[in-house]
Design a protein around this ligand. Structure first.
Ligand code: HAM
Length: 421
């Protein structure tokens, strides 16, 4: 028997209510903040990610799904959403529109990670990006939008971590200080961090190993190395957040796992005790990325959340989501003639926009009613020999088991009234 590949899973019909719920909230939120949908391909030139996210990150070094097509072109499954959005922004000349351009997306991302609860090889991200403005008010708006998204889902037990990691000018000085700090502990570092110390020192702060985290605790803080412009920007972001009434905590070790970030970085973490602290979402500024990808210098800021993790948290916090719509009626029938009548009736009802499911095979009435119940039908329409002769049907309300005979001509009205009852 074939199985879904490790780290991937099917989203069965009974799970879909959660997905539709989240998607509905996403669409409402993005409309509220003026973001427009953008869909990008599931695979891209692999260099887009290696260039944007950069070597020395786990994502590029260990997690990308890369392959060559039949002509030898190197492609990669979408590893994250920001680089493709920037690529599309440049490719379609969106810089000619009024800036910032605000875009959002929902779709799968692929990372070769060690699967565990909340960590998959295919996960889905909802992300939004505001490209073309360095205004700190926009950073605060993006953080507020992320928070409003979680609140709109009914989630409340989360916290916002915030930091600034500076720009091209001030970050190198910080990195130097970081290297100096870590060079006193080289023997204690995990093998990955030994490489990070040389290749990508900022990532040292990201290491989840307890021994390395201890060293990170006493590491220099990015905020103490910001240039005056970055410092003013960060102060301003915090001022706007304060004005918007958003509670956040400064986290000096927050650097994010991707290399394109500059200045503001933030992450949203669940607070629940006993659950593994894995970010529900994260984002920040990436003021150099568009230029790195061949465009003019264009500041930008954005955020993405993993939908699987959101759903895990909805379940943990016992948040009920609306069920998917069930059929208005199930049509049960007894006998060959009645079955033809049922097929005609089903067609007529669907033509009128009424969702129905008709019985198949020749099951007993009891079995047909059981099926109607399992499908969550509001009514069962029963057609037997007598009903055929009288041109009536029996309408059974599945909510209370009451049933009555009504003329066939009255079915549509009865169903429409019943659905809203
Ligand atoms: P990221 O932090 O790598 O950021 O991913 C965003 C979110 O996707 C994470 O916070 C997490 O909820 C979810 N996620 C990531 N990897 C997995 C996984 N293996 N399994 C399940 N969920 C996962 C980005 O990708 C950036 N593009 C975000 C961004 C947008 N920054 C600026 N704009």
């Amino acid at each position: 028997m074939y199985k879904a590949p490790r780290g991937t899973f099917d989203i069965l019909p009974q799970e879909q209510a959660y997905w539709k719920y989240v998607e509905g909230k996403v669409a409402f939120l993005c409309q509220l903040y003026g973001y427009q949908p953008l869909s990008t391909p599931i695979f891209e030139d692999s260099e887009l990610f290696t260039h944007a996210v950069a070597g020395g990150t786990d994502l590029v070094d260990k997690e990308m799904y890369t392959f060559e097509d039949r002509k030898g072109q190197k492609l990669a499954l979408r590893a994250e959403g920001t680089a493709p959005v920037c690529r599309a922004y440049l490719e379609h000349g969106l810089f000619n529109l009024a800036q910032p351009v605000k875009l959002y997306y929902i779709g799968p991302a692929f990372r070769y990670e060690r699967p565990q609860a909340g960590r998959y090889r295919q996960h889905h991200q909802f992300g939004f990006e505001a490209i073309g403005s360095a205004d700190p008010a926009l950073d605060a708006e993006v953080i507020e939008m992320a928070q409003r998204f979680f609140f709109s889902l009914g989630l409340s037990q989360f916290s916002i971590n915030l930091n600034s990691i500076g720009c091209k000018l001030c970050q190198p000085k910080y990195v130097e200080a970081l290297q100096e700090h870590y060079s006193d502990y080289t023997e204690q570092l995990c093998p990955d961090c030994k490489v990070r110390l040389v290749r990508n020192p900022l990532r040292l702060l990201d290491c989840k190993k307890a021994s390395c985290q201890k060293i990170a605790e006493t590491a220099p803080k990015t905020v103490n190395y910001l240039c005056p412009e970055c410092q003013a920007h960060f102060q301003s972001v915090q001022k706007y957040l304060g004005a918007l009434g958003i509670t956040f905590q400064l986290n000096h070790r927050l650097v994010r796992g991707l290399d394109y970030y500059t200045r503001t970085v933030f992450e949203i973490e669940p607070q629940e005790e006993g659950t593994q602290q894995s970010a529900l979402g994260g984002g920040g500024r990436y003021d150099n990325l568009i230029e790195e990808l061949g465009g003019k210098p264009t500041p930008a800021v954005g955020f993405a959340a993993g939908i699987e993790r959101l759903i895990l948290n909805l379940k943990r916090q016992k948040i009920a989501v609306p069920s998917l719509p069930t059929p208005a009626a199930f049509i049960a029938c007894l006998g060959e003639e009645a079955k033809i009548e049922a097929a005609k009736l089903a067609s007529a009802l669907r033509k009128n926009g009424i969702a129905v499911i008709e019985a198949t095979g020749d099951k007993s009435l009891k079995a047909q009613l059981r099926q109607a119940n399992a499908l969550g039908a509001i009514y069962t329409i029963i057609i037997g020999k007598q009903e055929m002769e009288n041109r009536t049907i029996i309408l059974r309300d599945m909510r209370n088991g009451e049933q009555k005979a009504i003329p066939q001509t009255e079915i549509i009205t009865a169903l429409k009234q019943g659905e809203t009852a």
